[in-house]
Design a protein around this ligand. Structure first.
Ligand code: DC
Length: 231
């Protein structure tokens, strides 16, 4: 019997969920899925096709033309997001998409469409998925749930540096403003607001190095896997 588990990582924007999730997936040889990238890809599609959120709510079949896949790039050691066969990894990280993604992810029809795909992607376990509703809605039965948090200023600094490294030049204040605004929309929306699952472990990494948080979360994951193997 496989002793693979499902790991759900939720938390606010830019608190290092992706870094932690990718590292866990690599160490455990699991699949990594960035659910935020899926909301961003839908946002990009709607922007390009000039489809309004009202039109989607009235006719969710419009989403039927969207196919999102992930491909691992071994050179960059990175999962890249594809929208209908096109690599959109850089475009979905732009400020333009960041500004529009929260209202898009507040639409119930869009959540229903993406949650179904996320559940299919994780049906065989051995998956680490990060997002806002993974431990509460997508995989409520996940064996390990981590809820991450860090101060808005630290998160803005990290996102700013990440964008600069990719050659995307933005203003720090604009990034901070965007993070605070997204926190507000994400945690107050009606459809699956960002919330900590009751059985999630909180990880505040404001003053933690990437190595420290990687070691800590890996020890939690190994602990759960071992305890399931001995029961
Ligand atoms: O993690 P991120 O910043 O790339 O996510 C982009 C947006 O998508 C964010 O504003 C919240 C939303 N999101 C969501 O509502 N549910 C998820 N499971 C993942 C992301």
């Amino acid at each position: 019997m496989s002793n693979k588990i499902t790991i759900a990582i939720d938390g606010q924007s830019s608190c290092g969920k992706g870094t932690l999730a990718k590292n866990l997936a690599k160490e455990l040889d699991y699949i990594f899925i960035d659910s935020g990238a899926m909301y961003r890809a839908v946002t990009l599609y709607l922007m390009r096709e000039n489809i309004s959120l009202r039109e989607v709510s009235e006719d969710p079949a419009l989403l039927g033309n969207i196919k999102i896949t992930f491909h691992f790039d071994p050179e960059r050691c990175y999962y890249e997001t594809y929208l209908n066969g096109e690599n959109v990894e850089n475009e979905i990280r732009s400020m333009e998409v960041a500004r529009k993604v929260s209202p898009v992810s507040a639409i119930q029809e869009i959540r229903t469409f993406l949650v179904a795909q996320q559940q299919t992607m994780g049906k065989d376990k051995g998956v680490v998925m990060d997002g806002r509703d993974i431990g509460t809605v997508v995989f409520p039965e996940a064996e390990l749930k981590i809820f991450m948090t860090a101060s808005p200023e630290i998160r803005a600094k990290r996102r700013y540096e990440e964008l600069h490294k990719k050659g995307i030049h933005v203003n720090y204040q604009e990034v901070l403003h965007n993070i605070i605004e997204r926190d507000h929309i994400d945690s107050t929306r009606d459809a699956s607001p960002l919330a900590k699952a009751e059985d999630a472990i909180t990880l505040d990494n404001s003053a933690m190095s990437k190595d420290e948080q990687a070691r800590l979360s890996l020890s939690w994951a190994r602990g759960v896997i071992e305890s399931l193997a001995t029961h």
